[in-house]
Design a protein around this ligand. Structure first.
Ligand code: ATP
Ligand code: MG
Length: 229
């Protein structure tokens, strides 16, 4: 499969329950997102925001309805193509017990050390290079990262991966206001031509999104732009 440069996303009458769970985590989801559109997803804890993003990565299969990326059924996309299509910052970021370099290379195996260092600087993590550079050992037996550092490492990974569809699950959680502004600014720059779905609890920066979706109880209850909501 060839990897398209731009990706539109469509959810049609989607319903999903986690295995063994009687209640639905998502219900009646009908949503069309244009290629290049930037969408913020808001809603109370437990309303299904992360689940919606995870279905796009095919972590789970919906029991009802369908998901399309452009004219492809998500279920028909092969693994390698799917990986090239999507960059994701999950809500719980995983740090590998490995060097700083390897923690970044898994997103972009071809990237040079210069590219990796430059990206760390762009996300404000240049101080991770002070002690051992890209060879610094992270995770077990090495340096643990703070919550905010871990989120920025994941953002660096996602940006290095450079896929046309970007899914960010609370990327600025745990960042102070100034760092958050910097990260949002960086994302705005880097996401210009990409389709972006970003889950957030924060109201900061919402004016820059084309559309805001509000979820409750597994459903979309409101949508519009910042001025309308
Ligand atoms: P938060 O803002 O707290 O991150 P969320 O909107 O992302 O919440 P989800 O993580 O999508 O919420 O969860 C939606 C519902 O599905 C919740 O009721 C949650 O308990 C349930 N749920 C999430 N993951 C699983 C799982 N792996 N197995 C069973 N139930 C799950
Ligand atoms: Mg969540």
């Amino acid at each position: 499969m060839s990897v398209p440069e731009h990706v539109a996303v469509q959810f049609k009458d989607l319903a999903f329950s986690y295995p063994g769970q009687p209640q639905r985590a998502l219900e009646n989801i009908a949503l069309s997102i244009a290629a290049g559109e930037h969408v913020a997803i808001l809603g109370r804890t437990g309303c299904g925001k992360s689940t919606l993003l995870q279905l796009l990565t095919r972590a789970w299969d919906p029991q009802q309805g369908e998901i399309r990326l452009n004219d492809m059924m998500l279920s028909d996309v092969d693994e390698a193509t799917l990986r090239s299509l999507i960059s994701m910052v999950p809500q719980r970021v995983h740090l590998f017990s490995a060097t700083l370099r390897d923690n970044l290379l898994l997103a972009a195996p071809q990237a040079s050390d210069e590219t990796l260092s430059a990206m760390l600087t762009r996300v404000g993590l240049e101080k991770l290079l002070d002690d051992g550079g890209l060879n610094a050992w992270l995770g077990e037996g090495g340096r643990q990262l703070s919550g905010g550092e871990l989120r920025r490492l994941a953002i660096a990974r996602a940006l290095l991966h450079d896929a046309p569809l970007v899914l960010l699950d609370e990327p600025t959680e745990g960042l102070d206001a100034e760092t958050e502004s910097q990260v949002l600014e960086l994302l705005r720059e880097e996401m210009k031509d990409k389709t972006l779905l970003m889950v957030t609890h924060r109201l900061r920066g919402l004016a820059f999104f084309d559309r805001i979706i509000v979820m409750d109880n597994g459903q979309i209850i409101e949508q519009g732009n910042h001025a309308a909501l």
